[in-house]
Design a protein around this ligand. Structure first.
Ligand SMILES: C[S@@+](CC[C@H](N)C(=O)[O-])C[C@H]1O[C@@H](n2cnc3c(N)ncnc32)[C@H](O)[C@@H]1O
Ligand SMILES: [Zn+2]
Length: 170
């Protein structure tokens, strides 16, 4: 039996839920990054390939997330995050996630997106209007999320991360 299942979410549409209790730091899923979206192999909406399921990775690489991970919703108080080890991306529990609880990411982690959207996560920490760019987050939240950033994102944004660290040391 897998550690998660897909079901209707109170946040949006379908979501991903814990089938078992997950401990902080526990790997939950390995992401299937095999479907790369390229100019030669673009999205095929007729096959259910939609932009909302895309993940924007290192060097401008775009992958179409597969089920179940494509159904993980955003929360401003996330309980999971993604980290790459040995070339594989893992979903990792950030906190204790109890059976039947919804798994969530903060979509701004590892993102340099330029969209503004309205959040329905319902968390007491909800930012309501979310700008999908890590560097637009409040300063203290950027610091809180620093350990969660994926290695490729840190590498690609070294200068801004250096500036953030210097500001924190002042
Ligand atoms: C990767 S999909 C997540 C799965 C989605 N619930 C579904 O059923 O297709 C990302 C999309 O879900 C919606 N979404 C995720 N988290 C949300 C949130 N906290 N508030 C509002 N919409 C959200 C947005 O439309 C976003 O583009
Ligand atoms: Zn929110």
């Amino acid at each position: 039996m897998g550690k998660v299942y897909v079901a209707e979410s109170r946040i949006h549409g379908q979501g991903v839920f814990a089938a078992v209790t997950l401990k902080p730091g526990e790997p939950v899923l390995v992401l299937d990054d095999s479907r790369e979206v390229t100019p030669d192999d673009p999205l095929r909406p007729a096959d259910g390939e939609h932009r909302r399921f895309c993940d924007f990775l290192m060097g401008g690489r775009v992958v179409l997330m597969q089920p179940p991970e494509r159904y993980i919703n955003h929360s401003c108080s996330p309980n999971a995050f993604v980290k790459t080890f040995d070339g594989l991306r893992y979903v990792i529990a950030l906190k204790m996630i109890y059976m039947t609880e919804e798994l969530t990411f903060d979509y701004c982690i590892n993102s340099r997106g330029d969209t503004l959207w309205l959040c329905n996560c319902g968390s007491p920490r909800c930012r309501h209007t979310v700008h999908s760019n890590f560097f637009q987050l409040p300063f203290l939240l950027q610091l809180e999320y620093l350990p969660l950033l994926d290695t490729w994102f840190v590498r690609e944004n070294q200068d801004q991360i250096q500036t953030l660290l210097q500001k924190a040391l002042r």
